[in-house]
Design a protein around this ligand. Structure first.
Ligand SMILES: [Zn+2]
Ligand SMILES: [Zn+2]
Length: 412
């Protein structure tokens, strides 16, 4: 392997905030919790809406451009995006893990020009993060500036340039998931020396309308020390916690009920699980969401009751790689055929709903794939959706090999 040229902080002028490294406490991203909708639970756990205000984010490069018809986005020069340049050693990076090998401490402050083309997948620290990873003036103290929370922003990147998940070979996807788990576990280890709890967000932004600024397939993990949840995440945790004692039972879990193929949920709603199922194997089931957040919303559920990605065994990880590829493929085909009628774009977010570190929770982990669709005020006003098509019908159209027309009765 080529010897990498290591560059220390002294040699490279790191701008304040790059890779989450700050010298000036006045520039750290500010966390603001909306006092109009916050409660404090269990003494010090905040629940409610919060914003990370990071002025540096405005400097992120936007590597998509709009074509003449204003609807399609392509990268100006294929394979010359920031990640391709980083992989070929043209841009500095801080690498946490290459394939299945840990490289640097997640608190590393020394970027290097790395040659990564002989690596299949890797995890690096996000250059333009909204988090404070290192505050140099407080590096040796156990607390970080009170306006901010400390976090580790991970970027998980394929060395080959892919736009979509369905292009990735299954073996690469398996390695990718294992690299993510390795780097999350390592980051948690270093954060746990300072904090009891770590919030973990793992997600993909695919396409510019889904929040991506670089057209090279990647995902992100944000691990941060703030003790609390947003309402949306909390609704999942609270639901699993409250419902486990439903009807005098000790271990009710809606996820496990799905795996058993129950006809009804605890509200008496008919679930139509088999009609909504679009793929399954021994470890995972993939179905259209019962109460979709956007039309085309797909949900993935592991068959074993596990609460996080890092609890999956090797066979479950291999199945997950296949499930993710298949789900994205059928969603893309569905959007290609019916996206125009439903006003859905092929851009999408993939969101992992799972336990955070340091909190006990009976949550049955799940993954949501949600395409971008225009929504109105009712959807922003509350956690609420006016949907255009029955999820059972969506599943039927996704599974159909024959090119069917959009259902006549639902023609928009
Ligand atoms: Zn690229
Ligand atoms: Zn379960």
């Amino acid at each position: 392997m080529k010897q990498n040229k290591r560059t220390s902080l002294k040699d490279l002028q790191i701008l304040d905030g790059h890779w989450g490294i700050f010298r000036n406490t006045e520039l750290v991203p500010e966390v603001r919790w909306d006092p109009f909708r916050i409660v404090i639970d269990d003494g010090d756990v905040k629940i409610g809406h919060h914003s990370y205000i990071s002025l540096l984010r405005a400097d992120r490069p936007d590597e998509y451009f709009i074509t003449d018809n204003q609807s399609l986005f392509y990268h100006l020069e294929e394979q010359d995006d920031s990640f391709c340049r980083l992989i070929t050693g043209k841009l500095p990076s801080i690498i946490v893990a290459r394939d299945l090998v840990l490289v640097n401490d997640p608190f590393c402050t020394e970027p290097a020009f790395e040659m990564l083309s002989d690596t299949t997948v890797f995890t690096s620290i996000n250059l333009y993060t909204s988090m404070t990873r290192i505050l140099l003036s407080e590096q040796n103290s156990n607390h970080i500036h009170k306006r901010t929370s400390q976090g580790i922003p991970l970027l998980h990147i394929f060395s080959k340039h892919y736009h979509t998940m369905e292009e990735v070979p299954t073996e690469e996807m398996v390695l990718y998931l294992k690299n993510i788990i390795l780097s999350i576990n390592e980051s948690r280890k270093v954060l746990s020396a300072k904090y009891d709890t770590t919030t973990v967000f793992h997600f993909y932004n695919i396409g510019p309308n889904a929040g991506s600024s670089i057209p090279h397939l990647h995902s992100q993990t944000l691990l941060y020390s703030d003790k609390g949840y947003g309402w949306k995440n909390y609704s999942f945790f609270r639901s699993f916690e409250k419902n486990q004692h439903l009807n005098g039972r000790n271990s009710y879990c809606i996820g496990c009920e799905y795996i058993k193929g129950s006809n009804n949920d605890f509200l008496g709603q008919k679930l139509h699980i088999s009609e909504r199922t679009i793929w399954e194997d021994d470890n995972w089931i993939v179905f259209t969401a019962y109460a979709p957040e956007r039309d085309g919303h797909i949900r993935l559920l592991p068959k074993r009751h596990v609460s996080s990605l890092w609890e999956l065994n090797s066979s479950e990880i291999t199945s997950l790689a296949k499930a993710l590829k298949h789900a994205n493929q059928v969603l893309s085909q569905f959007i290609h055929r019916f996206g125009g009628k439903l006003h859905i774009l092929s851009d999408r977010n993939i969101l992992f709903r799972q336990k955070h570190f340091g909190y006990s929770s009976p949550i049955h982990m799940l993954i949501d794939i949600i395409p971008v669709q225009q929504v109105g005020g009712a959807e922003i006003l509350d956690d609420h959706r006016l949907s255009h098509i029955l999820p059972e019908e969506t599943a039927k159209l996704m599974k159909s090999k024959i090119h069917r027309d959009f259902p006549h009765s639902l023609d928009l």
